[in-house]
Structures are given as structure tokens and as C-alpha cells.
Design a protein around this ligand. Sequence first.
Ligand code: PNS
Length: 162
Amino acid sequence: MRIAVCPGSFDPVTYGHLDIIDRASRLFDKVIVLVSYNPGKSSAFFTLEERVDMIKTVTKHLENVEVDSNDGLLADYLKRTNADAIIKGLRAVSDFEYEFQMALANKKLYSGAETVFLTTSSENMYLSSSVVKQIASLGGDITGLVPDEIRDTIKNRLYLSK
Ligand code: PNS
């Protein structure tokens, strides 16, 4: 049983993330989407529970995908779950340096898992959770950026919080 973990902040999940999750689910027997704490980012806009719920909603058609959360080291989670791989999406060369450093740090902490980079689909190259939040908070249309089932939740939370 080959297990991959797809870690990220997912604040919120976008079509870019979903594309990577979907492709990872074809490569591995089980994919765990792991809502994780990123110490390098200021606190998330959506709560952990909201982020987990949104991912569950948009991945319910993928039978081998599970959703979990972790507020510690990714390496410890990989070890606990006996995972074989970390899946990361790369959008541009600018993502690479940071992701390469993370991959080496994770390998040093836990050598049992490999980091596998998937290149983002070209139509999602500009897409990020920050872009979605900025557009939604200013009343813009986020159709096509996030799955329809979670569009209104994101729109309402961001627009009303202004
Ligand atoms: O979506 P993001 O914010 O780019 O994802 C980054 C994330 C959450 C995957 C990364 O910050 C992470 O792995 N956090 C857990 C803590 C950890 O293990 N850090 C790596 C070792 S230095």
C-alpha cells in the first residue's frame, strides 16, 4: 500500500490544490491531504475545521483520499502514518528554492519518505489561496478558481469579514 501525504495550509483549498490531489490519487493507493501549520505564515483566515471541511467536500468523489490535520512536524506525521511520499505542487521556478529546502529538511528528519513534485497545470499557474482571498474580499468573482460547492462559503466569510 503506497501512501502519499499532500501537506499545505489550504487557506482555502483551490482548483490548483485539487488538481494536484486528483493527480496524486491516481499515482498512490492512498492520499492523505494534511492541513498543516506553517510557522512562516501569519495565522490562517479560515479555521482548521473550516479548511478540513472544505477539502472533505471537494474531494468526496475521490475514494482513496482522506483529510487530516497536524500542528507538529510533517516528518513526525509521515513516520506515524508510515507514508512513502510527500506530494508538492510546483507552480513556478520561484516556488522551487523554498520547496527544495523543505524537501531536504524533511528527508533529514525522516528518510522513509520521498518528496514528489508535480508540476501545476498551466491554467492554474497564477492561482493561489492568497489570490482567491484577495478577489473574494473585494467582492470579485471567484468562479473557476475554487470548486462551486465551497464558493459561497468562501465568498460570504471573506466579504462579510471586511
Ligand atoms: O501551503 P503551504 O503554507 O505552502 O504549506 C507549507 C507546509 C504547511 C506544508 C509547511 O510549512 C509544513 O510542512 N509545516 C509543518 C512543519 C514542518 O514540518 N516544517 C518543515 C520542516 S522545517
